[in-house]
Design a protein around this ligand. Structure first.
Ligand code: PAF
Length: 280
């Protein structure tokens, strides 16, 4: 596996692959890799001839300087995991490579970006949309792989690729969970042992709400029960726990089309998000 940090070198390797008729997949990450990321790499390896993984902790998508400073950075371990997983190229640029002096462009997907996560993390999705656009343009990948754990992000990426005619196919991959149901996330590393024991309560409450809604329970009551259960388990605050249309993310108060239950909640100093499908 080669590690590159500059765009010129990256483009020249990818151009060589493309001249040889090989398809290219990219797995964008912010590092602190876990099995969820490796499942994206496995999907990329199954779907394309060559696989690039990017590791870049994108300052533009953090709306809180402390969160950015505390984001785990484990590049050596990440590189070893990616090599072991069979990645061909690791692209790990410095911030000034992605955002050189005078950088002045923002990619924003209106509507989808200011709801749910966007309400609590203003500007977050502009940072995500901008860096994903840049990573797709820099790598020239034919396919890009994203986890369904960040469901709203996935919808935003799909929309920007369509709106900007970026010639890449976006593939969403199922959320990987720990044995107790907790969605795998780099942020889980910051949970204390006590918090880690409480953490699955979010998924459990969501799964119970989804089952109740599927079984015909009124949506507002099922959501209120789930929010109460999460707080009773030891979470400090539920920012949102809502039923939304699966793709457009419009609020739903009846299960009359494919839907997604999405939630964000604080456990100690860590903000956890999760989502699950709720089919009518
Ligand atoms: O999901 C992530 O890790 C990040 O938001 C992404 C897509 C790599 C962009 O920085």
């Amino acid at each position: 596996m080669r590690t590159l940090r500059d765009v010129k070198g990256l483009r020249s390797v990818v151009a060589g692959w493309k001249r040889a008729g090989q398809s290219v997949g990219v797995v964008p990450t912010m590092g602190a890799l876990h099995e969820g990321h490796l499942s994206l790499v496995a999907a990329a390896k199954a779907g394309t001839d060559r696989v690039i993984a990017t590791v870049f902790v994108n300052p533009m998508q953090f709306n809180n300087a402390e969160d950015l400073a505390k984001y785990p950075r484990t590049e050596d371990r990440d590189a070893a995991m990616l090599m072991e997983a069979g990645v061909d190229l690791l692209f790990a640029p410095a911030p000034e490579v992605v955002y050189p002096d005078g950088f002045a462009t923002t990619v924003g997907v209106s509507g989808l970006s200011t709801d749910l996560e966007g309400t609590f993390r203003p500007g977050h999705f502009d940072g995500v949309a901008t860096v994903v656009t840049k990573l797709l343009m820099m790598t020239g990948a034919d396919r890009a792989y994203f986890g369904e754990k960040d469901w709203q992000q996935l919808q935003i990426v799909r929309r920007l690729v369509r709106d900007l005619n970026i010639p890449a196919t976006i593939t969403g991959c199922a959320t990987r969970r720990e044995a107790d149901g907790l969605a795998m996330s780099s942020r889980n590393l910051r949970l204390s042992a006590e918090e880690r024991a409480v953490a699955p309560a979010l998924h459990n409450a969501m799964a119970a709400a989804a089952a109740a809604i599927r079984g015909g329970a009124p949506v507002p009551a099922a959501l209120a029960t789930a929010r109460d259960a999460v707080v009773a388990a030891g979470f400090a605050e539920v920012e949102y726990l809502e039923l939304r249309e699966a793709e457009g993310l419009a609020p739903l108060d009846r299960l009359d089309r494919p839907a997604r239950l999405l939630a964000a909640a604080w456990l100690g100093p860590v903000r956890l998000i999760d989502n699950i499908a709720v089919a009518p």
